[in-house]
Design a protein around this ligand. Structure first.
Ligand SMILES: Nc1ncnc2c1ncn2[C@@H]1O[C@H](COP(=O)(O)OP(=O)(O)O)[C@@H](O)[C@H]1O
Ligand SMILES: [Mg+2]
Length: 461
């Protein structure tokens, strides 16, 4: 049977493919098309599904694409796949009056998917102008801060972010649709630290190299915050925190706890929620220490997978779009301690992921609560590693930032080291709850990882 895009049957088949992709935020949910336009073989859909607005540019082709099978479907007589994986999509930008371009789109002749990415479509572009990376945003939550932050940082002379090549805005989205940037050589920081952790656990390594690298990372985050705080852009800040901010952060904590309670019915991680709830109450009480201190636009989603590391260039930070799914607007200004807490959570993630794999799966994590002394030696060693890297990370950060501590944090330089130790605490919980909800959406089997981190930690058994 031949199906055409105008047929109701076509959309039904298309949706049953789209809504079962690993990046789709609400598996199996219904949808409503709010905008659509076609240019040649590309069909652009803007869709509402379970509270999200999604941008889905799709290629309809008679020829089988040169992609692994999970990337395409056969519907009626045609092959369907996301247009971001085809050079034609990048060619079509200049011809489509619904797009506006800042910078210039390269001449792309080959596209490869970047694997293991959840929210956005990320592709490696081979072009006549060199190797580049394109990101097509599937979730639309205007305004997306990524182009603004990359531009501001680059103009401030900060080199530890990718150079922007083109920002493509789509009128129907009222926001950026595609971002094209320089390809950065390097390995995701998470892999570098995971290898170091592994060799420490196996007794092949001391803590020295982990400490050295964590301190280097701390210095790089310090440079990032210095560049943001001194850029002079009114969207970025810094500004002064008031009680209204504190109330908003408290409400955020409360709504996340409520939501997790609702989603957790029958889930193995439900047992962790009373402890998590207690941590959230303590965190809510701590936010008041920020009143009168500084807040600014941050990276907002700073973790080890958002860094690319090479010996030459050190750590390069990527993915400045904030936390997908937090809800618009993503341009909220927060105390810079929050970025540090996100990174500290990321070290804890590596340790807990390691624990889960040694135990034989995520489900076993929750059962640790009942078998308190199981795996004590391993957990102590993981905790030692985590404490060492967090300590070195904060030390590196303070070395770089202490001279501008008043401007960036609203805290005298000589108090900064001690103050930060406290200031990250409520954000560790707030971020951990975000992570749990993110996992619920994309990797439901892993919800216990952040919940364990924010409730007992590795020392808490
Ligand atoms: N400029 C770049 N150079 C090299 N690799 C990149 C670049 N940007 C992204 N990547 C790779 O793609 C992955 C996903 O990109 P990211 O911007 O973090 O998207 P997402 O918002 O979907 O997480 C990164 O973890 C990294 O491996
Ligand atoms: Mg990312």
């Amino acid at each position: 049977m031949e199906l055409h895009p105008g047929d109701p049957g076509f959309l039904k088949h298309l949706w049953s493919w789209v809504s079962t992709r690993p990046w789709f935020p609400c598996r199996g949910s219904g949808f409503r098309i709010i905008e659509s336009w076609s240019r040649g073989r590309i069909m652009h859909l803007v869709v509402n599904a379970c509270g999200y607005t999604l941008y889905l540019p799709l290629m309809l082709s008679q020829n089988e694409p040169g992609l692994p099978p999970k990337y395409y479907a056969r519907i009626g007589g045609a092959y369907i796949y996301e247009a971001g994986y085809s050079p034609e999509y990048y060619e079509s930008i200049a011809l489509d009056e619904l797009f506006t371009v800042e910078g210039s789109v390269p001449d792309v002749f080959e596209v490869h998917p970047v694997e293991g990415v959840y929210t956005n479509l990320v592709a490696l572009l081979r072009s006549r102008q060199g190797l580049m990376v394109a990101k097509t945003y599937r979730i639309v939550e205007p305004p997306n801060p990524e182009p603004l932050l990359l531009d501001v940082l680059w103009k401030a002379g900060y080199g530890a972010v990718p150079r922007l090549v083109a920002v493509v805005r789509a009128r129907p989205l009222d926001d950026v649709a595609i971002l094209i940037e320089e390809h950065v050589d390097g390995v995701e920081g998470a892999h570098v630290f995971a290898d170091l952790l592994e060799s420490y656990i196996d007794g092949e390594d001391t803590l020295e190299e982990s400490r050295w690298l964590a301190e280097r990372l701390g210095r790089s985050v310090g440079e990032l915050h210095k560049a943001l705080a001194s850029c002079g852009h009114p969207e970025v800040g810094p500004y002064t925190v008031d009680w209204g901010d504190v109330e908003a952060w408290r409400r955020r904590l409360e709504s996340r706890i409520t939501l997790l309670g609702r989603l957790g019915s029958g889930e193995p991680w439900l047992d962790l929620l009373p402890l998590v709830g207690e941590a959230a109450r303590r965190a809510a009480g701590m936010f008041k220490i920020f009143v009168g201190r500084r807040k600014m636009l941050l990276h907002q989603d700073l973790h080890l997978y958002q860094t690319l590391y090479s010996e030459d260039r050190g750590f390069v930070f990527i993915d400045f779009e904030g936390e997908p799914g937090r809800g618009a607007p993503r341009l909220s200004r927060e105390p810079p301690a929050r970025d540090l807490a996100c990174m500290i959570r990321s070290f804890n993630y590596l340790a807990v992921e390691h624990l889960a794999s040694r135990l034989g799966g995520y489900r076993r994590l929750v059962s640790l609560l009942r078998r308190r002394h199981a795996e004590q030696v391993l957990m102590d060693r993981l905790a030692e590693w985590e404490e060492a890297v967090v300590d070195a990370f904060l030390k590196g950060y303070v070395v770089v930032v202490a001279g501008l501590s008043e401007e960036i944090h609203g805290v005298p330089g000589h108090e900064l080291a001690g103050w930060l130790r406290e200031a990250v605490k409520p954000w560790l919980v707030e971020r951990g709850l975000y992570e749990a909800l993110y996992e619920y959406t994309y990797r439901p089997e892993a919800v216990a990882v952040p919940l364990l981190g924010v409730s007992t930690g590795l020392r808490g058994f």
